[in-house]
Design a protein around this ligand. Structure first.
Ligand code: PNS
Length: 164
């Protein structure tokens, strides 16, 4: 039986769509590790530590999240999965346009680590258009973020952009 799943992503920042996928994953796996990819090549608004902290704040006290832990990694995802003893990677697929990239990534990961499988989950319909980049765009122009991200994330985004 598959027990430990890794839910990787940039999470810059975590959105309601990510949380929807995470909640679904907690119903399927005994333990879910959300892991923030910290990649120096990518410009991120939040540091790895900040992203981990925001995710922790979003799930804090939630009954459904009692089997969730959060960490960060740099390097190859499959190496981190092996280190964490995870045999499954969880990725959310919102639309067909996500699929091509996800398919290539899953096949690459499978080539690198054949024992690690990727499972795709669909979010609820209401989250299918939400992405961290769209959320950052709305935040940058001081738009209403209440239906896109939890309040703690909205506040953190506003603080970031206010200080720019
Ligand atoms: O949220 P994102 O940006 O779509 O997540 C992509 C992520 C971080 C999961 C992916 O880029 C990744 O796994 N990066 C780590 C480097 C790696 O293992 N690359 C090989 C798989 S293509």
């Amino acid at each position: 039986m598959k027990t430990i799943a890794l839910y990787p992503g940039s999470f810059d920042p975590i959105t309601n769509g990510h949380l929807d996928i995470l909640k679904r994953a907690t119903r399927l796996f005994e333990k879910v590790i959300v892991t923030v990819a910290v990649n120096n090549k990518k410009d991120a608004v939040f540091s790895g530590e900040e992203r981990v902290e925001l995710i922790n704040e979003c799930i804090s006290g939630k009954e459904w999240a009692k089997n969730v832990t959060v960490n960060q990694f740099t390097g190859l995802l499959v190496d981190h999965a092996q280190k964490m003893n995870a045999d499954t990677l969880v990725r959310g697929v919102r639309q067909i346009s996500d699929f091509e990239y996800e398919f290539r990534m899953a096949l690459t990961n499978k080539r690198l680590a054949p024992e690690v499988d990727t499972v795709f989950l669909m979010p609820d319909e209401e989250f299918t258009f939400i992405s961290a980049s769209i959320v950052k765009e709305v935040a940058y122009w001081d738009g209403d973020l209440s239906s896109f991200v939890p309040e703690v994330v909205a506040k953190a985004l506003k603080n970031k952009f206010r200080n720019e």
